[in-house]
Write a protein that binds this ligand. Structure first.
Ligand SMILES: Nc1ncnc2c1ncn2[C@@H]1O[C@H](COP(=O)(O)OP(=O)(O)O)[C@@H](O)[C@H]1O
Ligand SMILES: [Mg+2]
Length: 354
C-alpha cells in the first residue's frame, strides 16, 4: 500500500502531498478540481501510460518547467516516475533510488482502475479490452509487461522487414518469429491463467449486487500449430496486409452477463459498469490470495452511478479485499458509508483534509 504520495508539476497539481492513514482515500471536489489527475498520478506507478493513456507531454503542468515527478512510499521502498524538462517524452523510473525500467514497478505495486472512459470498453475496438486484460494479468505475472513489449518489438521488426524487402532474409524472419513465439506464448499463458483463475472465483459466486460475468478469450487461438509456424505460414498474407494477422495481439476479451446470457456490449451502461466492478473485485481477491498483496484500486466517479444499497455493498466488498482504494466523487455525502477513510478535498489543484 502507498503510505505517502508526492506529486510535483503534474497536470494541475504543482506540489501535492497525500499521506493515506486508512485503506480508503476519498477525494471530493467540484468538476475540474484535479481529482482524476491524482488517480492518474497513482496509475503511473505501474508500467504503461496510466489511466488516461495520455502522452507524457500532456501530463507536465502547463505553467511548470516541462517536467513532472510522482513518488510514493510503498512498504519499505520509495518508487517514483516522471519526466525531466529536457526530455519530455521519456519516462524515467526509480525504485529504491536506482534508475529502473518501468516494468520493475510491477514487482512493487499492482494498480487497477475503473474510470468513466471505460464505459466505452465493450463498444470499442478490442485494443482497450486487451489492455484491461493485460493489466489484470500483470498483477499476477509481473513479467507480463516485458513479454508484451518484446513481442511487440519483434512484430514491428518483422512487419518492417516484410514490407520493405521484396525477398526478405528468411533466416532473419525466422529469428524474429521465434522471438515472437517465446514472448507471445508467455503473454498468452499469462492471460489464459488470469481468465481461468478469475472464472473460478466468479463461477463460484452467487448473483450478488453486481452482475456476474463469464469471461472468455477470443479473436485468436493457438489451435494445434505453434505460433512460429502460424507466423511463417502467414508471411505472404501479412506482407500484403502490411501487418501481422495472427498472434496474441489479436486476442480479445469476451465478457458475457451470466444471468442474462447477453454479451456485455448489448448490456446497459449501468450493467456494464456492474460487470467491470465484479471483475475488479474478483481480481482483487485473487491477487490478494495468490500474490499476498492486494492491488491498489482507483475508482473514478464510480460511487455516483450506484444506488445507495449497491454503493454500501461496494464499500463492504472493497473493505474485505484488504487493499488500498482511491475513490473520487463530487459529493462528500456519497462516501458517508465508508468506514476508515482519509477524506480529502481537492480545489483547483490544492488538496486539504475534509
Ligand atoms: N498539463 C496540465 N497542466 C495544467 N493543468 C492541466 C493539465 N492537464 C489537465 N489540466 C487541468 O486539470 C483539470 C482537470 O482535472 P481532473 O483531475 O480531470 O478534474 P476532476 O476533479 O474533475 O477529476 C482541468 O482543469 C485541466 O485544465
Ligand atoms: Mg474526474
Amino acid at each position: 500500500m502507498i503510505s505517502r504520495l508526492t506529486v510535483s508539476d503534474f497536470r494541475n497539481h504543482e506540489d501535492a502531498l497525500i499521506v493515506p492513514a486508512h485503506p480508503f482515500i476519498v477525494l471530493t471536489g467540484e468538476n475540474g478540481a484535479g481529482k482524476t489527475n491524482i488517480l492518474e498520478a497513482v496509475s503511473l506507478l505501474a508500467p504503461g501510460r496510466g489511466l488516461r493513456g495520455a502522452a507524457l507531454r500532456d501530463m507536465a503542468r502547463q505553467d511548470g518547467s516541462g517536467g513532472f515527478g510522482i513518488a510514493a512510499q510503498v512498504d519499505d521502498v520509495t518508487i517514483g516516475t516522471g519526466v525531466l524538462p529536457d526530455a519530455p517524452d521519456r519516462r524515467t523510473v526509480r525504485v529504491g533510488g536506482a534508475p529502473s525500467a518501468a516494468s520493475a514497478l510491477a514487482e512493487r505495486l499492482s494498480v487497477l482502475w475503473l474510470t468513466p472512459a471505460m464505459d466505452r470498453l465493450f463498444a470499442d475496438t478490442p485494443g482497450g479490452r486487451r489492455r484491461f486484460l493485460d493489466r489484470l494479468t500483470l498483477a499476477l505475472h509481473p513479467g507480463h509487461a516485458t513479454h508484451s513489449t518484446r513481442y511487440d518489438a519483434a512484430m514491428r521488426s518483422r512487419n518492417t522487414l516484410l514490407s520493405e524487402a521484396t525477398s526478405p532474409d528468411q533466416a532473419w524472419l525466422s529469428a524474429l518469429e521465434s522471438q515472437m513465439e517465446t514472448h507471445g506464448m508467455a503473454v498468452t499463458d499469462g492471460r489464459a491463467d488470469t481468465i481461468s483463475a478469475l472464472s473460478d472465483i466468479l463461477n463460484g459466486q452467487d448473483e450478488g449486487p453486481f452482475a456476474r460475468p463469464t469471461l472468455a478469450l477470443e479473436g485468436w487461438a493457438l489451435d494445434d500449430q505453434p505460433l512460429a509456424r502460424q507466423l511463417r505460414d502467414s508471411r505472404r498474407r501479412d506482407a500484403a496486409a502490411g501487418r501481422t494477422l495472427v498472434g496474441p495481439h489479436r486476442t480479445d476479451l469476451k465478457v458475457t452477463h451470466a444471468a442474462k446470457e447477453q454479451p456485455a456490449a448489448l448490456c446497459s451502461t449501468g450493467e456494464q459498469k456492474a460487470l467491470l466492478l465484479s471483475i475488479i473485485l474478483a481480481h482483487a481477491a485473487l491477487v490478494a490470495g495468490r500474490v499476498g498483496r492486494p492491488p491498489v484500486l482507483l475508482l473514478d466517479e464510480v460511487a455516483a452511478h450506484l444506488d445507495p444499497s449497491r454503493r454500501m455493498a461496494l464499500f463492504d466488498r472493497l473493505a474485505s479485499t484488504g487493499g488500498q482504494v482511491w475513490m473520487t466523487g463530487t459529493e462528500a455525502a456519497l462516501f458517508d458509508g465508508v468506514t476508515g477513510a482519509t477524506r480529502l478535498h481537492v480545489k483547483a489543484g490544492h488538496i486539504t483534509s475534509e
